[in-house]
Design a protein around this ligand. Structure first.
Ligand code: SF4
Ligand code: SF4
Length: 342
């Protein structure tokens, strides 16, 4: 599809156009950190930042989400009333999403929406009612390795529009019909603008020097990797704190609980983590991932072997580098992949 131009002095007008029909959220300073917030005007948004501390997966898969409410005033099980939780009140737009985080939406689409039987309406409805506008990275940080995992600093997957910063204006890449509707009033880009964006893409990719090869992991058998000796060493320092899973844009473990008070209650789903021993505890007391080694191995095998095998080669990591930055004992996912390679 053709590209458009958004002059930076028209950014606020573009935002106000979006806000006419949608709630708009973007990276912003939140309590001293780069987070996500509702924005009223262009000056509320960050346009120069490495990435948000937490990924925007929370917009589609909230940390705590009410799935339905129930009430039984009669005491008779037949008298149970169940009420669906209302969907989003208004459509939404997320602006300035980094391409790795948008790629993670696409990875999670493969998990949450697979077929008629595995079709998570909570995830799907929010995805359908949210426009995703990306902002290409021209200066990736040292912990980024998106180019190693089917992604890149100007990657377009999971987005409706991708903005590329050209200085005093953005090149607006229109990626689908939803994006075309959002950008319909913007002027067309010139060939020179597209050429400059293409140069910036090559330069940004070249700045990512901390990559890791996936070739060996791909070709090795599941059981060969599962039984490899290095897991004894990798698991040693891990605290099973779960930080890496909560900050990860592709991690999606959850737990469902009923919260009941008197005659009524609600069913909620909460983020959980495969790093927790309780996550896999069975009602019988048996735990199939009862040791720390089992849990650490699961996290990496799931991302780099089980998801690729089951989902046509897609990788359960987008190389955002958050877990590298935040792990309190400096476990670096790239080193673990190198161990898997070796
Ligand atoms: S953040 Fe580090 S220490 Fe915590 S669970 Fe993940 S790998 Fe283990
Ligand atoms: S595993 Fe780490 S680097 Fe990969 S997507 Fe998750 S947080 Fe980002």
């Amino acid at each position: 599809m053709s590209s458009k131009i958004l002059s930076k002095d028209k950014l606020d007008a573009f935002l106000q156009g979006l806000k006419g029909a949608r709630d708009v959220f973007a990276p912003a300073m939140v309590e001293g950190k780069v987070g996500w917030a509702a924005v009223e005007q262009a000056s509320d948004m960050l346009t120069e930042f490495s990435n948000t501390e937490m990924s925007p997966k929370d917009f589609f898969f909230p940390q705590t989400e009410c799935m339905m409410r129930f009430k039984n005033a009669s005491g008779d099980p037949e008298g149970m009333i169940m009420m669906a939780e209302p969907a989003l009140a208004r459509p939404r737009a997320l602006m300035n999403i980094r391409p790795c985080d948008a790629k993670a939406f696409q990875v999670l689409d493969l998990i949450f929406v697979q077929d008629e039987m595995t079709n998570d309406l909570y995830w799907r409805d929010k995805r359908e009612r949210t426009a995703c506008i990306g902002l290409a990275c021209n200066d990736p940080c040292p912990t980024c390795f998106c180019t190693s995992v089917n992604c890149g600093p100007h990657h377009e997957a999971g987005l409706d529009l991708l903005l590329v910063d050209l200085g005093d204006k953005y090149l607006v890449k229109v990626l689908n019909d939803k994006g075309a509707e959002l950008a319909k009033d913007l002027p067309a880009a010139a060939a020179g603008d597209e050429a400059k964006a293409a140069e910036l893409k090559i330069a940004a990719e070249a700045k990512i020097t901390g990559g890791v090869s996936m070739d060996q992991v791909k070709s090795r058998e599941v059981m060969e990797l599962y039984e490899a000796g290095h897991w004894d060493r990798v698991q040693e320092s891990c605290l099973n704190c779960g930080t890496c899973t909560f900050c990860c844009p592709t991690c999606h473990c959850f737990d469902i609980q009923d919260e009941v008070q008197g005659e009524s209650g609600r069913r909620v789903r909460n983020w959980d983590t495969c790093m927790s021993w309780l996550f896999t505890m069975h009602g019988t007391g048996h735990n199939p991932r009862g040791t720390k080694k089992d849990r650490v191995r699961q996290r990496f095998m799931h991302k780099f072997k089980y998801i690729p095998v089951k989902r046509g080669g897609e990788i359960g990591c987008v190389g955002c580098g958050r877990c590298v930055q935040l792990c309190p004992v400096n476990i670096d996912v790239r080193r673990v992949v190198n161990d898997m390679n070796a």
